[in-house]
Design a binder for this molecule. Structure first.
Ligand code: GLA
Length: 717
């Protein structure tokens, strides 16, 4: 069994295939953390020191809260490191002191209300630890769910107010882990619109470092995924802890090195834009956080998460294989009409694509980004015979059809806003701040959700849709809600995200045969919460291959290739340049390929090249989307990158070398160290390679361009 309580020494063990997590119960009252890491490398004795200047647990003077490693810590109760839970009581005091009450272990897991969470399988077990704050009678239950095969453990907490008075949660964390070491580099992913998930590595220092979002979305700016690795850690060796949050809104992840060189890691909703009123009898479920550990480098850490996400997070898909899409957005912007879309459909079919996605501009008076959001009915001038007839005409070309929506948003210049100006997130009596000329609808307001459901049902009635691209093009500011009383305003951002999840769930249930792709101005919600509803995310609006190499490298560190939609686009003028097309295509071959260009204007020769590109992708698709990813060369440290996909039995390998900045004459050796050393591989030209040869490395030569690439496929003989 993965979870065990050893009553002789009062230690609870949680085991995955290669790791162990251990905690200990002291004096039947205090729950302390012992260890998280590789198996067989720790002792179960508590290393604990007394200090004159710190409060202790009176009866047990050798127990000093601020020196102990812990599982979950209250506020201002002798441990001054970052707290897991701060709750204001009827005296206006926020002190929380948590005592152990009991535990239980069960197979599977419990649902997390409206929150997305990982699916259990037959090996999943859960540990429930009950704690109590005796003064307020607040019950805190900690949940540890173990996914043994992928070496992942998840955490969340449930608070229940069993006392007589209302309480206010002021800070809430889902995961707290104290590591008995501080010699770590932190790897986190910063960015911006059009430039997401840049790799950044730095040694952690005493005190607090954090990644977070206050934007109401997980954001382009700092992704919730981060890692702590030993200084010698690289793709293949060294200790690596990975952490992530199954959530799409504001978050706070804290890494704090203390006076005894422990490192406290925390992930949760934080406190900056969050508070929650917990009336007598009410409960609150925190979102789920996940962690993994390996001693085999951050490549293995990524593969642990990839396996876990593919198996336990991503939803089932409606099609046997991913459709290759043509999306005309960057070719025509808002300037769309039926005739032009049908031309795209016809050309897409001829070129071997599977689906036309009609992007922004099809609804209301949406002729630019200043108007129309919220008015979700097809524009009559653009589609004189209605949406249904138009889509039937698209389908007559023998391809699928997808449509763009941005349900959470409203333009002030829309019928919806004129009718319901208070349906948007805003602060009373303050001027409203626009971004891309739009405001965010308050998805915590049931009326908003009901309006959206009714409108989409009407507009899409009888329309043969296959796909939704769900966009979200601005962050939340002035996060107030017209439907919440004053004392609940701190709940607005979290309630908003819960509403988004509710509506996404409704979409999936109402249109079960449609594929849902999430997008947020590109990759502004590239997170595990969104991935629970859509197995593919718009990676970035940036499709320039020289930039994409880095965005994709950063994305792949935390998320599997199947989640990345990778588009070959007009940028760089590829409709006229075969070499550019090849480079775009080689870079896009790291995920699910698609196209964004003016296809009807492309020459026959270019269309032929695209057809060949799609055929090649079809050959490698399964390997990319379901195989294991092995990063070899980091593009943030070089002018080139290299990586490969390999299936579990090592019978197929797809090796990519991408040089995106001039480095003329440089010879680069790319070792495929996980290839089967006893096998003979054969490439697409029939040339044979001993497994050992691949392990030693394939050589690539850089040139003086910024678009030199090679993708090599090997199959076991
Ligand atoms: C966002 C998306 C784009 C496109 C536009 C439409 O920026 O990321 O792909 O859909 O919105 O307005």
């Amino acid at each position: 069994m993965p979870i065990n309580f050893n009553s002789q020494n009062n230690v609870i063990f949680i085991e995955t295939k290669n790791t162990v997590y251990a905690m200990k119960l002291l004096h039947d009252k205090f729950l302390v953390h012992l260890y998280y890491g590789e198996k067989g490398k720790f002792d179960i004795n508590l290393h604990n020191s007394w200090m004159d200047f710190s409060p202790d647990y009176n009866t047990w003077r050798n127990l000093v809260p601020e020196n102990l490693m812990t599982e979950y810590v209250g506020f201002d109760s002798g441990d001054w490191r970052a707290s897991s839970l701060r709750v204001k009581n009827k005296y206006g005091q926020s002190n929380v002191f948590l005592d152990y009450v009991g535990y239980r272990i069960f197979d599977g897991r419990l649902p997390l209300g409206d929150l997305p969470s990982a699916d259990a399988d037959e090996n999943t077990q859960t540990l429930e630890i009950s704690l109590i704050d005796n003064l307020t009678n607040l019950s805190v239950k900690l949940y540890y769910t173990v996914f043994p095969d992928s070496d992942v453990i998840s955490r969340y907490a449930v608070y229940e107010n069993n006392g007589e008075s209302a309480l206010t949660i002021e800070k809430s964390m889902s995961l707290t882990v104290d590591l008995d070491n501080c010699d770590f580099d932190m790897i986190s992913f910063y960015g911006n619109w059009d430039n997401e998930r840049n790799f950044e590595r730095y040694h952690i220092r005493h005190g607090l470092q954090s990644v977070y979002s206050r934007r109401g979305m997980s954001s382009h700016t700092l992704n919730p995924f981060f890692a702590l690795v030993s200084p010698d850690c690289d793709e293949n060796k060294g200790h690596a802890y990975g952490f992530n949050f199954v959530y799409s809104g504001n978050f706070l992840s804290e890494v704090e090195v203390d006076h005894l060189n422990h490192t406290r890691v925390q992930i949760g909703l934080g406190d900056e834009k969050f508070s929650w009123l917990l009336e007598k009898g009410e409960s609150f479920i925190t979102p789920e956080a996940v962690m993994t550990y390996t001693e085999n480098g951050y490549g293995q850490m990524s593969r642990n998460f990839h396996k876990f996400i593919r198996k336990h997070i991503l939803p089932p898909e409606p099609f046997n294989c991913r459709p290759v899409v043509i999306n005309p957005w960057e070719a025509v912007w808002f300037d769309i009409n039926e005739k032009m879309m049908l031309e795209f459909a016809e050309n897409a079919k001829k070129t071997g694509m599977d689906m036309l996605v009609m992007d922004d501009g099809w609804f209301g008076e949406r002729h630019n980004d200043r108007a129309g959001l919220g008015d979700w009915f097809a524009n009559k001038r653009k589609f004189p015979d209605g949406l249904k007839t138009f889509v039937d005409r698209v389908k007559a070309h023998g391809i699928k059809f997808g449509i763009w929506v941005e349900p959470e948003m409203v333009n002030p210049d829309s019928d919806l806003y004129r009718k319901h100006p208070d349906w948007c997130i805003h602060c009373v009596d303050r001027p409203r701040l626009f971004s891309r000329h739009q405001l965010v609808l308050d998805m915590g307001n049931e009326d908003v959700i009901n309006y959206l459901k009714e409108t989409f049902l009407k507009t899409f009635d009888g329309v043969a849709l296959d796909y939704f691209k769900w966009d979200c093009n601005r962050p939340l500011s002035q996060t107030g809600s017209a439907v919440l009383p004053a004392e609940r305003q701190g709940e607005a951002a979290h309630r908003h995200i819960l509403g988004v999840y509710k509506l996404q769930k409704w979409f999936k249930e109402t249109y079960p045969n449609c594929f849902l792709e999430n997008c947020a101005g590109g990759g502004g919600r590239y997170d595990l919460g969104m991935m629970k509803f859509s197995s593919m995310i718009w990676t970035s609006d940036n499709t320039i291959p020289q930039k994409r190499v880095k965005i994709q490298y950063g994305s792949l560190m935390g998320y599997p290739a199947a989640t990345m939609s990778c588009h070959v686009s007009n940028r760089g003028g590829i409709c006229e340049d075969a070499k550019q097309l090849k480079f775009h295509g080689d870079v896009a071959l790291a995920g699910a390929i698609g196209y964004e260009m003016h296809l009807p204007k492309a020459s026959d020769e270019m269309k032929k090249s695209i057809t060949n590109q799609i055929n090649a992708y079809r050959k490698y698709e399964k390997l990319i989307l379901t195989g294991e990813y092995y990063p070899v060369i980091n593009p943030f440290l070089n002018n080139y990158s290299a990586y490969y996909y390999m299936n579990e039995d090592k019978s197929e390998i797809l090796l990519s070398f991408i040089q995106f900045a001039p480095d003329s004459g440089k010879k680069v050796l790319v070792p495929v160290i996980y290839a089967d050393e006893n096998a003979v591989y054969i490439d697409e030209n029939g040339k044979e390679y001993a497994g050992k040869e691949l392990i030693n490395g394939m050589e690539f030569i850089c040139d003086d361009t910024d678009n030199n690439s090679d993708v090599l496929y090997f199959k076991k003989k």
